[in-house]
Design a protein around this ligand. Structure first.
Ligand code: HEM
Ligand SMILES: *[C@@H]1O[C@H](CO)[C@@H](O)[C@H](O)[C@H]1NC(C)=O
Ligand SMILES: *[C@@H]1O[C@H](CO)[C@@H](O)[C@H](O)[C@H]1NC(C)=O
Length: 221
């Protein structure tokens, strides 16, 4: 199955209401306070089937400087997920792709960039540091929490892009049930996704006035 935009239809059915335009899942994000790391995240649960979600959470600083600023991304995926990607510009091409996959008891995060609908290359414009807390693989799920430097600004197909921390913008995700060939390597080959979809994400519900102090508390100052 390779279903790019069909998830909107599935999501509509799952909610027992008529399917909207086959474009995106139910929009927005809710605030989620993570007791483990202390960050307040904007959270969106992206359905990759009728019954299963991958949870994407983003924490941003309240007083972000006008240029690039740091972000924290937290993802919770059922063990059936072989890899998942988050696209910060809302589509596959020419924006930071945060790809991750479980590797034994750890999670590998990989920085990627695609110039077409083919395997994304490594991307040095965004770098990730796993927090000291909020990472695990257990009997049902895998989860990571990482600081990203370079996820909030980039040069896309139509020039400079910057995520407005007090606004909403389109994010996208991709899901595959299949595992990368070398899961401990952040440059592993990854198989193509079965599902990709996008939504409008409200970043403003995940702002943190003590962002830098929280990074320090999580070993990622
Ligand atoms: C591993 C190799 C990959 C291949 C071969 C691949 C291929 C493709 C293809 C062919 C499409 C168009 C599907 C259609 O229109 O029916 C697509 C769409 C998409 N892909 Fe990928 N992809 C790959 C990795 C990724 C990764 C890592 C992400 C990370 C988020 C991603 C995100 C998306 C998204 C969001 C779309 C839909 C929006 C768009 O077309 O830009 N893909 N991909
Ligand atoms: C992989 O990890 C190394 C060491 O942290 C880092 O320098 C490199 O940029 C990463 N590459 C990708 C593709 O994430
Ligand atoms: C397994 O990890 C998930 C994701 O962090 C968490 O929600 C769940 O409570 C954990 N299960 C157990 C038994 O600890």
């Amino acid at each position: 199955m390779r279903c790019t935009f069909g998830l909107a239809l599935l999501a509509g059915l799952a909610l027992g209401r008529p399917a909207p335009e086959p474009a995106s899942q139910a929009d927005s994000a809710i605030a989620y306070v993570d007791q483990e790391t202390g960050f307040t995240f904007s959270e969106f649960k992206a359905a990759y089937s009728l019954t299963q979600n991958i949870v994407y959470r983003i924490a941003l600083p309240s007083n972000a400087p006008s240029g690039n600023y740091n972000a924290v991304v937290q993802v919770v995926a059922p063990n059936q997920v072989g890899w998942t990607g988050l696209a910060w510009g809302g589509n596959m091409i020419r924006n930071p792709l945060t790809v991750a996959y479980p590797s034994g008891s750890k999670v590998t995060v990989s920085s990627r960039w695609a110039t077409g609908h083919s395997t994304p290359a490594s991307y040095t414009g965004a770098t990730y540091t796993l927090l000291s807390k909020g990472n695990r693989v257990n009997g049902t799920h895998w989860q990571y929490s990482a600081k990203c430097v370079g996820c909030t600004t980039w040069t896309g197909a139509s020039g400079s892009q910057r995520i407005n921390p007090t606004g909403s913008a389109r994010l996208a995700f991709a899901y595959s049930p299949n595992k990368p060939s070398s899961p401990s390597s952040n440059t592993s080959t990854i198989p193509v996704h079965d599902v990709a979809n996008y939504w409008s994400h409200d970043f403003s519900v995940g702002l943190n006035s003590n962002f830098d102090a929280l990074l320090a508390q999580n070993g990622a100052a």
